[in-house]
Ligand binder design. Structure first.
Ligand SMILES: [Zn+2]
Ligand SMILES: [Zn+2]
Length: 114
């Protein structure tokens, strides 16, 4: 899919920046706008376009910087919507468990002999 070319109202950019500034992740407004542009003004995970003024979260690698609210800058990953930002944290913690479970679900063992 094409990542750029979406016509974005500069006022919308300003509002995202304003909402974003409430949380402190260490991106300058210029870096933030550039990242929005790279991502086509959509969530990096579900690709749903950001609505005007919608809260946007900068995701980072929590293995590097465990603090939810701050990143060293080297481990930043992308801008996410609220639901993806919540989901990625759970997925990161649980995906090995989920894989093992899906590979060997106990429900399949009931009808097998001992
Ligand atoms: Zn999303
Ligand atoms: Zn870090």
């Amino acid at each position: 899919m094409a990542l750029s070319g979406r016509n974005v109202d500069p006022a919308a950019k300003a509002r995202w920046n304003q909402t974003y500034r409430l949380s402190r992740y260490g991106l300058t407004p210029e870096q933030f706008n550039r990242l929005l542009d790279i991502q086509g003004y959509a969530c990096a995970m579900c690709h749903t376009p950001f609505e005007e003024g919608q809260p946007v979260f900068l995701d980072h690698d929590h293995a590097c910087c465990p603090d939810e609210k701050s990143s060293c800058g080297k481990c930043r990953r992308g801008l996410l919507c609220l639901s993806c930002n919540t989901a990625i944290g759970v997925i990161e913690r649980k995906h090995y468990l989920a894989r093992a479970y899906l590979n060997n679900p106990p429900g399949q063992l009931i009808d097998r002999g001992p």
